[in-house]
Design a protein around this ligand. Sequence first.
Ligand code: FAD
Length: 471
Amino acid sequence: MSRVDELVQLLGQQYVLTGEEAQPYIVDWRGRYRGNALAVVKPGSTDEVAQVVRWCAANKVPMVPQGGNTGLCGGATPDSSGQAVVLSLTRLNRVRSVDTENDTMVVEAGCVLQSVQQAARDVQRLFPLSLAAEGSCTVGGNLATNAGGTQVLRYGNTRDLVLGVEVVTAQGEIWNGLRGLRKDNTGYDLRNLYIGSEGTLGIITAATLKLYPMPVAQCTALLALESIEDAVSVLSAARNGFGAALTGFELIAGNCLQGVVECYPQQRIPFEGDAARMPWYALLELSDSESADHARERFEAVVGAAIEAGLVQDAVIAENITQSKALWHLRESIPLAEKAFGKSIKHDVSIPVSRMADFVQTTNAALQANFPGIQHVIFGHLGDGNLHYNVAKGQARTEEELLAQQDAVYQLVHDSVHEFGGSISAEHGVGQLKRDALPRYKDPVELALMRRIKQVLDPDGLMNPGKMLVP
Ligand code: FAD
């Protein structure tokens, strides 16, 4: 019996995909990585995941866990050998339980993030993880990459939103760690080891998530700004003025908004005159637990003071939920509208907020000195010190010429990030994209510890090989 037939025997014919059917699973979201697979398998339960893993372990077949396949680092794409099994978790899509007294819900790894947000809303709770890929990405992928998004400022990364996990280990054992406890000091924190491990240690099959009260009212504004220094000062004022009610602070370069309206003519920049052509914008959001009037009062006080201080050149405050959604839609459209600039070299970096303006100025200048005419496409979650610092070809070169310079651009930007005390992967992870860069920037002892952990938990190196750590 062939290996594929053995998998069919485990899961049934329709859940073992090969040939044409497997194609969407072996290429990443950006089309940058394309691999090959023995088969794509779609188990329907934790037990079936464990059976597949035991089969892979017994036959020394590498496994590539995959959720919504929206990752931006090639982490869910198999290599080109055709030896690996892609293990798609999308059939594990049940909300197992909701406990409103404990403010927790247990969901399976294949649940699409948007459906989890909705399940929380159905019981008048908030699950605050929010990112532009939420209509396709899955909870398993969110945990595996420790996803960030737009609400990190208030609620933290995915890791901060998880109380427990269920994991199938590399040997095929099932660890039920779905405890819904906020306090549990009974040993090593294995939950947090699996979160952010990008499928290299085991397969997450379910998670206990934290729920929060729904905000009573929200205020959103788009601010037109002259500089990143001004944006950082407004962020600081908003932190002081709103405290924990500050739930979003996004920085957007003017050319990114222009790119959005070029790509999507039905969207518009909601300013007139000079304010429609500012170098920077910030999207600010407050979530209030009292009332709409209270929210508005607080919001206008902070935004008004920032305008008076000359930090903000113009501001549009959303009057209702539709306007608020339109402002967020502008921000969320940027990753898709980036195609207006042609192919770009993307960096997902974090820098201490206090050094952000200096970082951008220094790095922009170094890039222009080394690659004249290159175009900067910059936006991100300034509140978390996280920038998507992307570089497009500009007028002076073709896409091919830009891509030929890719490695040199990466190194220049990442060296600069390192000098400014930052991280070369803020929220997207390492995957294949940054694997080879990691040793240049990571503390060697830390990297050696990571290798030892991998060796203990996955001694045969079958869990997502070639991702995060050089094999
Ligand atoms: P996949 O892409 O399928 O997998 C990602 C990684 O997780 C791979 O290494 C895979 O092997 C592993 N994995 C997946 N499921 C499991 C599992 N059950 N167990 C173990 N390992 C698993 N990310 C952010 O952090 N913030 C953003 O704001 C953001 N915005 C985005 C906007 C767009 C338009 C797009 C396309 C992506 C964006 N991302 C963002 C990246 C991406 O959406 C996240 O990384 C997301 O968490 C990936 O989830 P997924 O289900 O698609 O995972």
